[in-house]
Every structure is written in structure tokens, then in C-alpha cells.
Write a protein that binds this ligand. Structure first.
Ligand code: HEC
Ligand code: HEC
Length: 292
């Protein structure tokens, strides 16, 4: 009897292992197909400005949109992670130095990346938040491109990307923004110019940078990955609804909450939000207060 039960358990375990392995092989194949898929988008042609106002706007956006967080302060590229489970991920060198963008990388190539989430060959960019940059106004998108195009060349030798099993499984379950190209509405027209006066409209435009973590409704949710803190509700129904504008600004500039909790920059990028201008933080506060 015992032998029979043990045999049965052994058999079931084996069946489970075979099933898991088959499942993983399927997921790995599926992600392989999706990352190698070639897209062909009609790229809008845009004039890139050269005036100093646009360049300094571009510089500000490159800071507050986190480009330098991933691509490095000098835009020379960065190894973002290198881990057995997650794999290796490199944010490209965006300059024209060695190991950077090819010398004939054109404005159309920039637009493919920032509006559509693909490289110049039409293949998906991995982990590049193009689903956010695609929502920039034409004025802001062209300012970002203008600023990046005149960046001083940086020489860097960076390894290639390699996806680990955790990233593949989480992408398959739609828990990780690996393939922005699949999340973008490619037919959505670009707005010409964003409202830059203090108020709810500007706050809403800026909140595109928050929804990736705080979720579409900004009501927070489960941790972004196992081991990380839960993501808080940042609308009027969360703590932000109780905080004054000054308290809110202090949280986004120092990571320290009125309750005395110190937020780690790895969990919530407050070193990035610290660079927002006063009028941008006030607009965000007003917008978040308006979300019921
Ligand atoms: C969360 C990290 C992250 C942020 C934020 C980010 N990028 Fe990227 N970006 C990446 C990664 C990773 C790649 C490389 C993708 C690949 O190789 O598949 C990339 C690729 C690119 C490319 C394509 C380069 C090529 O080889 O074709 C451009 C252009 C680019 N990023 C510009 C920007 C700009 C401009 C910003 C800010 C508005 C920005 N990125 C913000 C991670 C990021
Ligand atoms: C990379 C993910 C990420 C992004 C992007 C992000 N946040 Fe957060 N945020 C978090 C996490 C996680 C916490 C909780 C940290 C903790 O509990 O230590 C948090 C905490 C906060 C808090 C404190 C809330 C509370 O109740 O304590 C505020 C306010 C906040 N974020 C606002 C924003 C705003 C505004 C933006 C966009 C400009 C933004 N966050 C972008 C992940 C993010």
C-alpha cells in the first residue's frame, strides 16, 4: 500500500515537473517571438528645434522623465541589471561616441524609439518606457530629441541584453513593462503643446510618469515585484488627500513623509521628482487632489 502511494506521489511529482518545464518552454518561445517581431510604422516627420529655450526644456525633461536615471547622467548608457533570474539589461548609449548610436541615427530613428517603442530595424526596445514618451507633446518630444542629439559623445563598451527566466514569466503574465510597443496606441495623434500653467491639466500631463508604478487610476496596488513595498494610493483618498501642498512637495523632494517614513529612492524615484519645478509639483498636487 505505502509503496503504491509513494509510487503514485513520485509519478505526480514527475508529471508536475514535466508540465512546469513544458510551460516554461512555451513562455520562453512566446517571448522570443514577441521580442523578435518586426514592426513597420509610418513615422511622422518632425522639425527639431535648435533655440536655447527648447534645448533647456529638453534638458529639464531628460531629468524629470528619468532618461538619465537609466541612460546615465551623460547619456552614455548604463548596465541596469545583471542577475541570473532577471537577466542582463542595458540602457543604450544615446550619444554618438564609441558604443553609442550609429553616426547616421536620424530624427526618424529617434521618433521610432520614443513614439513607437522600436529600434531603427523595427524591433521592440526592451524596458524602454516608450508607452510614456509616446504621450509627450510634439513640443516636448522635439525638445528632448534636440537636447539628446547635441549631447557630447561618450565612449562606452556595454554588453548585450539577455532576458532571464523571471522577466520572461512576468512579461508573459503582463506584470512587467518589457515591451512598450505592445502597450502603445500607435494611431493616437500627438498633442501639439502641453499646458504649462499651474493647474490640474499640467498635473495630469505630468502624472504619466507616475502611472507605471501607481497604476492607471493612481490608486496603487500590489508591490511591483516580490520583496518591494506595496504601492500607495496617491489620490485624494490616500495620504496625499490629507497632506498640505508643502508636505506633498517635501515628500517628492526628500522622500521623507510627514509620518516620518524615509522612502528609498530605489522604491520610489524621489531624486527624480526632486528635480521638478515648483509649479510642476503644485500642478501634480492639484491634479492628485482632484482624483476622487
Ligand atoms: C526605465 C529605464 C529607462 C528610461 C526611464 C528611459 N530609457 Fe531609453 N532605453 C532603456 C533601455 C533598457 C533601452 C534599450 C532597449 C533595447 O536595447 O532593447 C533604451 C533605449 C532607448 C533608445 C533606443 C536606442 C537604440 O539603440 O535604438 C532611445 C532613443 C532612448 N532609449 C531614449 C530615451 C529617452 C530620451 C528617455 C527619456 C525621455 C529614455 N530613453 C528613458 C531604458 C530607459
Ligand atoms: C518606480 C515606481 C514609482 C514611480 C515611477 C513613482 N512612484 Fe511614487 N511610490 C512608489 C512606491 C513603491 C512608493 C512607496 C514607498 C514606500 O512605502 O517606501 C511610492 C510612494 C509615493 C508617495 C508617498 C505616498 C504615501 O502614502 O506615503 C507619493 C506621494 C508618491 N509616491 C508620488 C509619486 C508621484 C507624484 C509620481 C510621479 C511623478 C511617482 N510617485 C512615481 C513607486 C513609484
Amino acid at each position: 500500500m505505502i509503496r503504491k502511494i509513494l509510487k503514485w506521489i513520485g509519478g505526480s511529482l514527475l508529471a508536475i515537473i514535466v508540465l512546469l518545464l513544458a510551460g516554461y518552454l512555451f513562455i520562453s518561445w512566446n517571448i522570443g517571438q514577441r521580442t523578435e517581431k518586426k514592426y513597420d510604422f509610418a513615422v511622422q516627420s518632425l522639425a527639431i528645434p535648435t533655440d536655447s529655450t527648447s534645448l533647456s526644456r529638453g534638458e529639464h525633461l531628460v531629468v524629470i522623465k528619468g532618461c538619465i536615471e537609466c541612460h546615465g547622467k551623460d547619456l552614455g548608457g548604463k548596465l541596469m541589471m545583471d542577475d541570473a533570474g532577471l537577466g542582463r539589461l542595458v540602457a543604450s548609449n544615446l550619444t554618438k561616441g564609441q558604443g553609442g548610436l550609429p553616426s547616421d541615427y536620424s530624427t526618424a530613428d529617434w521618433i521610432k524609439a520614443l513614439r513607437h517603442g522600436v529600434n531603427r530595424e523595427g524591433k521592440p526596445l526592451l524596458f524602454m518606457p516608450s508607452h510614456e514618451t509616446t504621450l509627450l507633446s510634439e513640443e516636448d518630444l522635439t525638445a528632448v530629441i534636440a537636447y539628446c542629439q547635441q549631447a557630447s559623445p561618450v565612449n562606452s563598451s556595454l554588453p548585450t541584453n539577455e532576458l532571464g527566466p523571471i522577466v520572461k514569466v512576468m512579461t508573459y503574465l503582463d506584470k512587467m513593462p518589457l515591451l512598450a510597443v505592445e502597450k502603445i496606441d500607435h494611431n493616437l495623434p500627438m498633442i501639439a503643446k502641453a499646458d504649462t500653467t499651474v493647474g490640474v491639466a499640467q498635473g495630469k500631463y505630468l502624472s504619466v510618469s507616475c502611472v507605471g508604478c501607481h497604476r492607471a487610476a493612481l490608486k496603487g496596488g500590489e508591490p511591483l515585484a516580490p520583496g518591494l513595498p506595496p504601492v500607495p494610493d496617491i489620490t485624494s483618498t490616500g495620504n496625499v488627500g490629507k497632506w498640505t501642498q508643502d508636505q506633498f512637495m517635501t515628500v517628492l523632494r526628500t522622500g521623507k513623509t510627514p509620518g516620518g517614513h524615509q522612502i528609498s529612492n530605489d522604491d520610489m524615484p524621489w531624486k527624480m521628482t526632486a528635480q521638478y519645478k515648483d509649479k510642476e509639483l503644485i500642478s501634480l498636487y492639484q491634479y492628485l487632489q482632484s482624483v476622487k
